[in-house]
Design a protein around this ligand. Sequence first.
Ligand code: DQA
Length: 144
Amino acid sequence: MTQTVYVLNGPNLNLLGLREPEIYGSDTLDDIAGMLEDRAVELGLAVDVRQSNHEGHLIDWMHEAQATGARAIIINAGAYTHTSIALYDAAKSIKVPVIEVHLSDPMKREHFRHISYIGMAAVKEFKGLGPKGYLLALDHAATL
Ligand code: DQA
């Protein structure tokens, strides 16, 4: 049976393409989803790409990934990366491995972006690589 990788995107990532393109690039989230779907076929996996501006949705989806036996979770938690102990707890509460992705490199930006709670519970992180980071995260999920 084809295993699914959940690709969860947090606040403001619905505006990719429009949002600060000098930082986040010109690809939309749909563009990234398309790239991931193509790569998933090559890897014999399925991807389920979702986005929410609401912290609780991301937590519910992490629990759902556990309940449905997902292969891995790739998450770009947006600004919740830097604030959400609840997302950290969710990642620690499940057995599904969590891979952290950021389009930009938060460590090279404002000081308030330097802490990543979700990152403390992630098995791997890809940051500062633009959409390629999502593809590398999916490649990594295939090895887990
Ligand atoms: C981001 C980096 C975060 O600091 C920011 O709040 C985002 C996007 C990224 O993909 O580079 O919303 O996660």
